[in-house]
Structures are given as C-alpha cells and as structure tokens.
Design a protein around this ligand. Structure first.
Ligand SMILES: [Zn+2]
Length: 332
C-alpha cells in the first residue's frame, strides 16, 4: 500500500454520515442546524443534513459538502467544511453517530473543505492496529489526502498558515489507494485526479454503499473552480469527470445507480455528471479554438463563450480565465 509519510497507521477506517441536498433521486432532509450569525458578515449560514444511502449521509455547509460514513466503530468524513462552521458540523455529526471520528479524507487543500480539520481531527480517536492491541491512541482522527495537500498545507509560504493539527498524517502519491472495509465499514478507494481543480485532488468511492464524493471537480451550483496557481487545469477537470463516470454505474436510462456527491450542491447521479462533463468539454473546446487563433484573454472573455450556460452556473469569469490560462500555457 502506498500509504506513507508521517504515519504508518495504514489501517484506515472511514465513517461517512453524509447527507446531500435533495434532488430527483428522492433523498430527504433529516435535520438541520442553524448557525449563529456570522460575526464578520452578519449572515445566517446553515448546515443541512441529508441521508444519501446506507451508512452515508451528507452535511452541506457554505464552504463545501461534508460526506459522512457512520459505521459501528466510528465515523469517517470526506472533507470538513470551513473553519467557521466546524462546531455546527460537529453537532451534525453527533446527531448522526455517537461514535468517535476515526478518519478524515480531504479531497483537496481548499480552506472550504479542510478548514474544519483543526477542530474535528483533535476530537477524534484513531484506530490503531498491527502490534498495537486495542485503542491506545487518543491523538485525534487520522487525516488522509494526496501528498500535494500536505505539501501545500505545511509550506512555510502557506497563507494563511494552517495549524499542524489540520495536516494529513497519511498521504499517497500513486494513482489510487484502497482503504480496508475492516476499519472503515466500507471498502473505500481514493483516486488521484492530477492537475484538475488543484494538483492534490482525490475522488472518493464507497464501493459497498455505491457512493462517490468528487470534491471540487464537480458542482451543481457553479462552474468548476480551477486553481491554476495551485496546479489546476481544465483538461485535468475533464479527465477527473471522465474518471467519475468510469467508476459510477448508471441505472435505467442513466438515472439512479451510483449516487454522486459534488463538492458543492445536491446529490447527483451518472446523468448529472455526464451533463456537467459535456458542459466543461464544450466550453473547453470553444476557448481552445480561440487560443489557437491567438486570441487574448480579453478577447475570449468578450466573446461570451458561456452565455448559454450562465443562467444555470452564474458568473464564468474565473472559469474562463482559468481555462484560457491552462490552455495557453507554453504559448507566447
Ligand atoms: Zn469547494
């Protein structure tokens, strides 16, 4: 197993109690936690809990989706939301399971997905194995991510600085890793999505529950956020979406089947991802055609290449700029 780095506690458990925003699939809200008024902005945020399938629930937060697997021995999370909602996310997890948080998987380095680590990891308890009998560890949940997430979080230049308690202790550098059913309540596989949203993206597949958490390569509420400065690229996002479709099983006429939790937005299925993949690919090809003709970024933006999708996904300025930058790399 390619688990390495600072920890050799490679026995990874995952509890996922995630709830997702309802859609045509028929999920239903099972609870919500009203957040305190944000002191900085005065806005009322809301954390929402939705049942996904089996042991999996979704906690929606303003920072991003938190997927929860609740199994008899513990809880495994995919992402933790932003720092400002960590207390509410913890309350939501406690409403789903009284067991300790065992594992936290981060889909990328984004603060909206890892900001809750510093609060949620220390209150967890790792599962220990090998020569260690029983649970002797009280040093928090084990955080798992691609090694580039650790590189960026622990960099001296990281702004804002990320406390060490939030860093991954277990990382991988291969195409994928498998986490055992024994310690996670499900067979979980992480797939690395190179140079997509960032250079440290993971797609997380819960094979027995038949659920995929995609992180920020997929959204139902916005164009994909592509962080070119942190290694992201539009072609990497297309590849990542195709990877999700490779793993997922559609049911009749592409509806139902594998349930797919995006980084932001509602619970989805195969057809939703295919639609989004097509949109990203179409916009990519439009931008590519102008890049080949030598167009400047200003000319590409002025061409309104996303006009037909803007009513659904909102402002495309950042998306188009990221597409242009990643497609024109190496050009003069
Ligand atoms: Zn996000």
């Amino acid at each position: 197993m390619a688990i390495s780095r600072m920890s050799r506690r490679g026995l990874i458990g995952l509890a996922l109690a995630a709830a997702a925003i309802g859609c045509a699939i028929g999920s239903s809200a099972i609870g919500s936690v009203r957040l305190q008024a944000d002191q900085a902005g005065g806005a009322q945020n809301q954390v929402r809990i939705l049942k996904v399938r089996g042991d999996v629930s979704l906690i929606q937060t303003p920072g991003g989706n938190v997927t929860v697997l609740a199994f008899p021995q513990g809880v495994t999370l995919v992402d933790t939301g932003g720092a400002d909602t960590a207390d509410q996310v913890l309350s939501a997890i406690r409403s789903l399971s009284k067991q300790p948080i065992r594992y936290i998987i981060n889909t990328s380095v984004d603060a909206g997905h890892t900001g809750g680590n510093a609060k949620l990891a220390p209150v967890g308890i790792q599962v220990t194995g090998g020569n260690v009998a029983g649970q002797v560890g009280t040093d928090g949940a084990e955080v798992i991510a691609h090694e580039n997430v650790l590189e960026r979080m622990s960099a001296r230049t990281a702004k804002p600085a990320v406390p060490a308690a939030a860093w991954p202790q277990t990382t991988y550098h291969t195409d994928s890793i498998k986490l055992s059913t024994l310690y996670h309540g499900d067979g979980i596989q992480l797939f690395y999505a190179p140079n997509a949203h960032t250079d440290g993206d993971s797609i997380v597949w819960f094979r027995h529950n038949d659920v995929i958490a995609t992180g920020d390569v997929f959204s139902t509420v916005a164009y994909p956020a592509i962080d070119v400065d942190r290694g992201g690229s539009i072609n990497g996002v297309v590849d990542a979406l195709n990877k999700v479709l490779d793993i997922a099983f559609p049911d009749f006429r592409s509806e139902g089947g594998t349930l797919i939790i995006p980084g932001h937005g509602r619970i989805c299925d195969f057809a939703d991802v295919a639609y989004f993949r097509d949109m990203v690919t179409i916009v990519r090809d439009r931008v590519q055609a102008m890049v080949k003709k030598g167009a400047t970024l200003e000319q590409v933006k002025a061409a309104k290449l996303t006009q037909d999708y803007d009513p659904r996904y909102g402002s495309s300025n950042a998306f188009v700029e990221a597409a242009y930058r990643s497609l024109s790399k190496g050009k003069k």
